[in-house]
Ligand binder design. Structure first.
Ligand code: NAD
Length: 488
């Protein structure tokens, strides 16, 4: 162990894994943010043993919910108190602009506060009797939950899983992405300092095919909550299916964003740009497939190109920055590869399609906001998740045509539309195969509104009551009220 490698903790013991480490790189300029010890399969065994013991013996799951909530409120309070350093570290870890990181840290605190409030107010069901008994259905925790997260929204995605899982009484083992391992360790520290009993949250930094896979296979893990790519989700679901344990899956997307000819085109253009270039397109719900009604197609797309020229690509810590870098060099190459593929498939790149020329950005993993047209809906660049600032534009005839084209994808995470006709909006929203649909707005999210995907975009729902139910199993208990002994 060297002094610069940050260890992780299993129970009371600090660990350095098997000697390997993970280095987090700042996408703004390629410098090193920090290095953390990388867990091994042995650490997984030990972490599960500690979590099982904590689940069974610590009073956590048996505490009165209002008492459990006190610790959860305190975690939220401490996250807010550390907002500035946490957001800065998040920026260095993920490369996202500082203001987005502040928003994510705020959301992480809100998750703890929200699930604390749900924890202390949640009511179980009592059923009206149909005999000499009364019965009730109670929510019980699963035991040890494995939470596996991606790199695009660390701390927020992590709190979105850890807060409801703890509120429901579980013990959690969190494996953050190897791209962004820093924030989860901070979250574990804050939880400990807030009084969460030892062993109830363990963070294991490590690689997916090693630590992640070992967690999913481990017989002591009773539920898996995963956010990440659809192919990884499929592997996890296959193992979980064999083991007959529940999974929550928040997966990829290729969301249709629709502009009807009767829309407020000024607002629609702003919404389309924010839907694709926010987070540099590294958002599962990014509006990546733009469908514009034929009568306004040329005018609207030309206007988008003009507006895209004004998007300020810049360093994450510059308050003027509207779009920061991509998370890593490898990811930028992947995004650029898709734009090359689109060109080969016959697409016309109307804007971007390259790195920025600004010398201040030369050492980071920046890519210009990009607009492509001329591809059929079947092209790979239209169908596959690029996860970068690449918008593909397609024309459509009418309502039926855009519903058919919009749904012609394996994904079903989100969709958006702009129209002045609310009856049409309602009809189209009901037909779109997507877990979230935005009408005359885009990419809004609410802590209490269910979130998740249709089709290959996921299984189960997070946020709101759904989030708490995801981490609970139902037990029914019957109390006899017999006056006389039971007959046969
Ligand atoms: P990824 O699937 O490559 O990795 C996600 C996590 O899974 C990482 O922690 C990784 O180490 C781990 N992992 C990889 N292989 C594993 C295995 N075999 N077993 C267990 N764990 C394994 O995804 P990513 O590149 O980190 O993130 C981008 C993806 O996440 C995109 O597809 C995006 O759409 C999706 N995403 C979805 C949502 C949502 O809510 N639906 C939110 C954010 C991101």
């Amino acid at each position: 162990m060297t002094a610069t490698i940050r260890p992780f903790r299993i129970g009371a013991e600090w660990r350095v894994g098997g000697g390997k480490s993970i280095t987090s790189i700042y996408a703004g300029d390629g410098s090193v943010t920090g290095t953390v010890a990388c867990a091994t399969a042995r650490d997984v065994d030990d972490a599960v043993a500690v979590a099982e013991k904590a689940f069974r013996t610590a009073p956590w799951r048996k505490l009165r919910p209002d008492v459990r909530a006190t610790t959860m409120y305190e975690i939220g309070r401490r996250i807010t108190a550390e907002r500035v350093p946490l957001a800065h570290l998040q920026m260095l870890d993920s490369g996202k602009p500082l203001k987005e990181c502040q928003h994510m840290v705020d959301n992480a605190a809100y998750f703890f506060r929200y699930y604390a409030a749900l924890c202390e107010t949640w009511q179980n069901e009592v059923t009206s009797p149909r005999g000499e008994y009364f019965s009730m259905s109670l929510a019980e925790p699963y035991g040890v939950v494995a939470a596996i997260t991606p790199w695009n929204s660390p701390i927020m995605a992590e709190a979105q899983k850890v807060a409801p899982a703890l509120a429901a009484g579980n013990a959690v083992i969190l494996k953050p992405s190897e791209e962004t391992p820093m924030l989860a360790l901070e979250l574990a520290r804050i939880c400990t300092e807030a009084g969460l009993p030892e062993g109830l949250l363990t963070v294991l930094p490590g690689y997916g095919d090693d630590v992640g896979a070992a967690l999913v296979k481990h017989p002591g893990v009773r539920m898996v909550s995963f956010t990440g790519g659809t192919e990884t989700g499929r592997c996890i679901a296959t193992v979980a299916g064999e083991r007959l344990i529940p999974v929550g899956l928040e997966l990829g997307g290729k969301s249709p964003h629709i502009v009807f000819e009767d829309a407020d085109l000024d607002k629609a253009a702003a919404g389309v740009l924010s839907g694709i270039y926010g987070s540099a397109g590294q958002s599962c719900v990014a509006g990546t497939r733009l469908f514009v009604q034929k009568s306004i197609y040329r005018r609207f797309v030309d206007e988008l190109v003009e507006r895209t020229k004004t998007v300020r690509v810049g360093l994450p810590d510059d308050p003027q920055t509207q779009m920061g870098p991509l998370v890593s060099k490898a990811h930028r190459e992947r995004v650029a590869g898709y734009v090359d593929l689109a060109r080969q498939e016959g697409g016309r790149v109307l804007m971007g399609g390259d790195r920025p020329s600004d010398p201040k950005l030369a050492n980071g993993w920046f890519y210009l906001p990009t607009i492509i047209e001329g591809l059929p809906n079947s092209a790979r660049a239209v169908q596959e998740e690029i996860f970068g600032p690449v918008l593909v534009c397609l024309p459509f005839e009418d309502e039926a045509d855009v519903i058919a084209q919009g749904n012609d994808t394996v994904y079903g995470l989100a969709a958006g539309m702009w129209t002045g006709d609310y009856a049409k909006a309602w009809r189209v929203a009901r037909e779109l195969e997507a877990g979230s649909v935005w009408i005359n707005t885009y990419k809004q999210s609410h802590i209490a509104t269910a979130f998740g995907g249709f089709k290959e975009s996921g299984l189960g729902r997070e946020k709101g009551f759904h989030g708490l139910r995801l981490y609970s199993q139902v037990k029914s208990i019957f109390f006899g009220t017999h006056d006389k002994p039971m007959g046969l």
